[in-house]
Design a protein around this ligand. Structure first.
Ligand SMILES: O=C(O)[C@H](O)[C@H](O)COP(=O)(O)O
Ligand SMILES: [Mg+2]
Length: 303
């Protein structure tokens, strides 16, 4: 049985752990902050790691913001970060569509169930899209909608992909359009499948929850391009040229962050107990996903 090292309050063990790594991949929601509330000593901890010469990459499954929008949030919270150091699930999905799927006309458009972060990252890769934050879709279905979806008149023939992410404005009309595109042969992708979103000190429905209806209606899971997808890890490694053996994944969720690091063959993983997963999920016999070490909160790394 692998027993993760509890680092909180153990300064020598903390220093030894940090010295093993050159790069830290940081999850955001549930590690740095809960919604708009930054956890205590987060800023100082990030600064301490930078002062030690560590490379920090922020790898978030939250698809609602683009890298640029995240840079604004980091700046507003006083957390030192460059836009290029953010690697979100929207960006991961956009480069997958751009570099792997390589869609070509006439079916190279994406129908989005999600927020502006997805739209902005698709645009950054010159990928055409519809749906998303389109205000004309934020309404009830009408009898004409049923008729035009059924006949195909409501569908854009250029759509070749349905991409779902955390959508704060999910509704029956958008789900009906997504299902119609899938039935017409569109590829089914997701930015991520997190069931819950840690925010304001509690849990809200996550991307996996807001997308669950269309997954159930279609009857098959989408290909998710966020953590724990190794397509995302490969893209991170390709962009930042990290040495995986000298890289640590820091996260609050076992089945995304810690699994991402373990399956990616990283040198270590650090679980932080301020977000989704609880220590009872990885301590004791027969646990499937076990981090290398854990702390009560990120700021404990200050010793
Ligand atoms: O539902 C979601 O999209 C996720 O819970 C959330 O955004 C996760 O973000 P992360 O913890 O990867 O920063
Ligand atoms: Mg998280």
């Amino acid at each position: 049985m692998v027993t993760p090292k509890y680092l909180t309050g153990d300064k020598p063990a903390i220093d030894e752990f940090i010295d093993r790594f050159d790069t830290f991949l940081f999850d955001c929601d549930g590690v740095l902050w809960s919604g708009e509330q930054v956890y205590p000593k987060t800023v100082e901890t990030i600064q301490m790691l930078k002062d030690k010469g560590k490379r920090l990459v922020f790898v978030t499954n939250n698809s609602t913001k683009s890298r640029a929008a995240y840079k604004q949030k980091f700046d507003a919270k006083g957390i030192p970060c460059n836009e290029e150091d953010v690697f979100g699930s929207s960006y991961s999905a956009a480069i997958y569509i751009s570099r792997i799927l390589k869609l070509s006309p006439p079916r190279n458009k994406v129908f989005v169930l999600g927020e502006a972060g997805i739209e902005h990252e698709l645009a950054s890769c010159s990928i055409p899209f519809i749906g998303g934050t389109d205000p004309s879709l934020r309404r009830d279905m009408t009898p004409d909608d049923y008729t035009s979806i059924a006949s195909g008149a409501a569908l854009d023939p250029a759509v070749g992909v349905v991409l779902i992410g955390l959508d704060f404005h999910i509704n029956y009309l958008k789900m009906s359009l997504a299902l119609a595109y899938l039935r017409a042969g569109a590829r089914f992708l997701a930015t991520n499948g997190d069931s819950t979103l840690p925010s304001h000190g509690t849990l809200f429905p996550g991307a996996g929850a807001t997308g669950a209806g269309i997954v159930r209606a279609w009857g098959a899971e989408p290909l998710a391009l966020g953590k724990p997808s190794q397509a995302m890890m490969d893209a991170v490694e390709g962009k930042f040229h990290v040495d995986r053996t000298r890289t640590c994944m820091v996260g609050d969720r076992l089945n995304t962050d810690i699994q991402f690091g373990i399956e990616g063959g990283l040198g270590g993983t650090l679980a932080v107990l301020t977000g989704v997963s609880k220590k009872e999920e990885f301590l004791g016999e027969g646990k499937e996903i076990v981090p290398t070490a854990y702390v009560d909160m990120l700021g404990d790394l200050l010793g």
